[in-house]
Design a protein around this ligand. Structure first.
Ligand SMILES: [Zn+2]
Length: 209
């Protein structure tokens, strides 16, 4: 009977070992704790140390653009005096306007205009005396009295001849501009002796018949 207890002890031992084995193989936290995965290495900036080679820009030859030759020249600004003529006799208006227009065209600027305030233009009254063919004094223009006959036609008062009267007005306007009688530097209308007849029978410009 000795063997029986031994056998029972063996069974108990085996059973206990099995329990131990089962306990030893339990999956409740017995394994190794997983370690944290290390972060990947931070990339360094070494890849930025070498700059890409920049290709040299091709040299651009700048050809100077020639100035346009068709541009109009800037006109030179010249002072243009301004005078307004005021007819004192209605019939003189047309002669004054014509004389002013001829001077303006010849001078290239609007020197003379006809208006209601400015330089009075009138025939000289008897008490004025000799005013020549056209006098400018004291801010007033006096013309030879209309009954005065031209030298080449004593029978016809010059004031009845529109062109001759206009030429006399042009002569007077020359005095307004500062030209003296007979001045070689003045246009011909200021030199009565240079005309075949006086007052001229035609004076399309201050310097020509
Ligand atoms: Zn004069």
């Amino acid at each position: 009977m000795r063997a029986l207890p031994s056998f029972r002890m063996l069974l108990v031992a085996v059973a206990a070992g099995g329990l131990l084995a089962i306990a030893g193989c339990g999956g409740n936290g017995g394994g190794p704790t997983p370690t944290a995965t290390p972060p990947p290495p931070t990339p360094t900036a070494s890849t930025r140390t070498s700059s890409p080679t920049v290709a040299a820009a091709p040299t651009t030859v700048v050809t100077p653009t020639p100035s346009p030759t068709t541009a109009p020249a800037t006109p030179t600004a010249t002072p243009c005096p301004s005078y307004t003529l005021v007819p004192q006799v209605g019939a003189l208006g047309a002669n004054i306007a014509a004389a002013a227009s001829r001077w303006n065209s010849w001078l290239g600027c609007p020197v003379f205009a006809v208006g209601t305030s400015g330089i009075p233009v009138d025939f000289a009254p008897a008490e004025i005396g000799d005013v020549g063919w056209g006098q400018y004094a004291g801010g007033q223009i006096y013309l030879m009295p209309p009954s005065t006959p031209p030298a080449d036609d004593p029978s016809t008062p010059y004031a009845n001849d529109f062109e001759r009267l206009t030429c006399v007005v042009m002569h007077a306007l020359g005095h307004v501009l500062g030209y003296a009688d007979g001045s070689a530097a003045a246009p011909k209308i200021m030199r009565p002796l240079d005309w075949p007849t006086w007052p001229p029978t035609s004076c399309s410009t201050p310097d020509s018949p």
